[in-house]
Design a protein around this ligand. Sequence first.
Ligand SMILES: Nc1ncnc2c1ncn2[C@@H]1O[C@H](COP(=O)(O)OP(=O)(O)O)[C@@H](O)[C@H]1O
Ligand SMILES: [Mg+2]
Length: 367
Amino acid sequence: MTNVSIFEATVEHFLAPIMSYMRDPDISEIMVNAPDEIYIERQGRVEKTDARFDDEEALLAAVKNVLQYTGKQVSQQQPLVDSRLPDGSRVHVILRPLCRTSTVMCIRKFAKTLLDADRLLELGSWTPEMMGYLRVCVQGAKNILLAGGTSSGKTSLLNVLSGFVPDDQRVVVIEDSAELDFQKPHVLSLESRPPDRWGRGEVTIRELFRSALRLRPDRVIIGEVRGGEALDVIQAMTSGHAGSMTTLHATGGLDALNRLETLAMMSTVELPLHALRAQIASAIDVLVQVTRFPDGRRMVTGSSEVLPLGDDGKYRIQEIFRYEPPAAGGEDRLTWTGQKSLFADQASIRKLREHWGQAGFVFGGEM
Ligand SMILES: Nc1ncnc2c1ncn2[C@@H]1O[C@H](COP(=O)(O)OP(=O)(O)O)[C@@H](O)[C@H]1O
Ligand SMILES: [Mg+2]
């Protein structure tokens, strides 16, 4: 038997109680809180299931056996384990007593069919105007920061936006675990590596990013910034590496900039706050907000452009598209604020006139 088929047999055996969820493409997440308390996320909604493991021993055996095939071990010395299964799914395990009540396992399944731009329109996740606007921003090599909460659709949107990068450009992608999958001719995809169980061999996003800059990229796309690499990313964006895109965990607008600032301060390089803010304000051109609603729907809920730092040393942004909650009986909407884009008069954006599409008015065209 090949390694993969041995792995499949192992999974089949030890994960029998949740196997049907592993196979169901509508299910994106399987959350085992305890042997008899298992939740799933189906099309964005979290539901409790009747599935159960016989007892805690069976759950622990499942966890240990499955992890063994990923080269990871879980024990009282290593009670928190994050790993990736051969099919691309992420698994996270926490042993008792770190979770007081049980061994806990959460499996985030690898979504095989990522959404595309048209599918986002069908789902009502954005409008043709918003799509047109962001397409021009990507083609015009603006630096874009996508912000949203957990599972709000940041990675999916990044994937769609990456699809707008012109085909003749060389793109380097950096991720913690390869999720992005856009069909472009010239892409290098790099993946960071956690330390092994002796703490050796770690390769961070930050190291990969520094490498990436030496690979003559036209664009660098970073799956998510969550640490000191934020400063490197900001500095690269301000020093000629235009058209970069990344995501971060934050609500939109100013909060995203503040969060980026906090991450940049995790870097070992000390920079006066005012200087850091000025760099952030000049690095980031466009902020995009994505939101996951309680009913499981995901939506692009706004976008702003970043202005130079104010005289008071504070960030300033200009909203371009804004989310409007449903009026009585109506639907929620994403609407243009009436603000013209700050880039409207730039030659690179005017050159893209034929691509403005339904977003022309944002760049000063006719409504
Ligand atoms: N616009 C959308 N409409 C419906 N489902 C979506 C949408 N965007 C993402 N999803 C689904 O939501 C889940 C989380 O998406 P992901 O992009 O990984 O979010 P994040 O990166 O914010 O954690 C995935 O299962 C994905 O298929
Ligand atoms: Mg993500």
